[in-house]
Design a protein around this ligand. Structure first.
Ligand code: FES
Ligand SMILES: [Fe+2]
Length: 455
């Protein structure tokens, strides 16, 4: 039997037929391989929706800044000298070079490394060297640095959008705020601080990571060596990701789709609800033993609670298009080109403003950091290898379709509640089909993109 192929069907240019490229059960390989689609995504996705930029704990004081990305746009996220959080374009208004090449720091002015124009951290031009060589007084706002017009935080997580027609951040997040709240509220004071990052990069499209972020189907196959290792290191084989062994769809864990591309995997129903339950399933990494012993010695009956704070919460919370909370990590996807992406894992630390844990807090956070070293080192590498091999496989471009129909058309398997939240078993591809429908809607919608400058 021969297949007619539409691999190069004249979709080039503005006439992309997204109804053809995204079908109910499958998507066209060009979503992952076509540079023109990637370029359109930088406006229709990364310009149009709320994109995660940074966490407030990374810029705790006035004048603190970090550099980040909004799609391909280099950005400086900062707290200006009056405490206002802004996302400046990291782009000099003279000839366009980046103004700041550091990852983070503190500065009330930015001086361009090229010709020395200086800007206040509000973005306003402050000084131009040898101004008598110019016939302008530089009062025109066009010389002030461009900035993201809408920047909002949700409980410390800072997002920005260029789209004046986007809903409020709170409405954009919608019901995914529920799992985010639960994730934060298990910490003292309902907050965390972001730690340094484990910066990974893969040669593949950014959506391959988002497609995988709730995928419970691959775990026992792709992460087999990790599961084997975890089980070798303990007496009873019931650690780490062992939820997925046997028949994972018969376990009480589930996935949910919340709209706007956001989705969630909740593995907590597999656990008992009691102090120490999270620690009991934590994958054992050699070298953690003395932390546990010391916390038990110091804290006695409160030790289980402390050990749970150091354990990875078994949830995956995914906020479209670039932000995930997994275990104790947050992960940020940074598209670099149609076939290259950064996948950056940030650890998080317990913040204990009220001193509940006293001088045991550093020990809890040290153990928490040890648990957080595990997955990016031993699990994420499996995922990145998959993403790179998918990208390579899709180079066989006449074979056009990528299927995501697991769970489809099976009566009673997928349910939708009165709020429109869709629920499915843990290994379904429901979340992929739903978020890619939203992707298609956005690619077919013209956003109202604007930039802002100080007057
Ligand atoms: S490019 Fe910045 S001062 Fe010239
Ligand atoms: Fe994985």
């Amino acid at each position: 039997m021969l297949d007619k192929t539409h691999a190069t069907p004249g979709f080039n240019g503005p006439g992309y037929d997204y109804d053809y490229l995204v079908q109910d059960d499958r998507v066209h390989q060009s979503l992952y391989t076509d540079p023109a689609i990637f370029t359109a995504e930088m406006t229709h996705i990364f310009g149009a929706v709320w994109v995660y930029l940074a966490h407030e704990s990374q810029i705790p004081k006035n004048d603190d800044f970090i550099t980040a990305r909004l799609g391909l746009r280099p950005i400086i996220v900062l707290r200006d000298s009056d405490g206002v959080i802004r996302a400046l374009y990291n782009r000099c208004t003279h000839r366009g070079t980046t103004l700041c090449r550091l990852e983070k720091g503190s500065a009330h002015v930015f001086r361009c490394p090229y010709h020395g124009w200086t800007f206040n951290n509000t973005g306003k031009l402050r000084n131009v060297p040898w101004p008598d060589g110019y016939a302008t007084d530089f009062k025109d706002s066009k010389f002030n640095v461009a900035q993201v017009p809408r920047v909002e935080s949700y409980r410390g997580f800072i997002f920005g959008t260029l789209n004046l027609d986007a809903p409020s951040l709170s409405d954009y997040l919608g019901p995914v705020k529920g799992p985010i709240d639960e994730w934060l509220d298990r910490h003292p004071g309902g907050k965390v601080a972001i730690c340094e990052a484990n910066r990974l990069n893969y040669r593949g499209n950014w959506k391959l990571a988002y497609d995988n972020s709730c995928d419970g189907y691959h775990v026992v196959f792709s992460h087999r060596s990790l599961l084997d290792m975890e089980n070798r290191l303990v007496d009873e084989a019931d650690k780490g990701m062992s939820f997925y062994k046997g028949k994972p769809d018969q376990a009480p864990m589930y996935m949910k789709y919340f709209g706007h591309g956001h989705h969630y995997k909740d593995k907590r129903p597999n656990m008992e609800i009691k102090p120490g339950a999270m620690w009991a399933i934590e994958g054992p990494h050699p070298g953690m033993e003395h932390y546990e012993a010391e916390l038990r010695r110091r804290l006695g009956s409160r030790a289980d609670e402390a050990l749970d704070l150091a354990s990875s919460e078994p949830v995956n919370i995914n906020v479209f298009p670039n932000f995930s909370i997994l275990g104790n990590h947050i992960q940020v996807f940074e598209p670099l080109s149609v076939n290259e992406t950064n996948a950056v894992w940030y650890g998080t630390a317990v913040v204990d403003d009220e001193g509940i844990w006293g001088d045991s807090l550093p020990l809890i956070n040290a153990l928490r950091m040890r648990t957080q070293e595990g997955f990016p080192n031993f699990g994420e590498v499996d995922d990145l290898a998959n993403f790179e091999e998918i990208q390579r496989g899709l180079g066989a471009f006449e074979d056009e379709w990528v299927y995501m129909h697991r769970g489809m058309d099976i009566p009673g398997r997928i349910t939708t509640d009165e709020h429109g939240v869709i629920k499915a078993p843990a290994t379904d591809e429901m979340f992929m089909r739903e978020y890619i429908k939203e992707w298609k809607r956005l690619m077919q919608t013209e956003p109202n993109i604007q930039i802002k400058r100080e007057p």
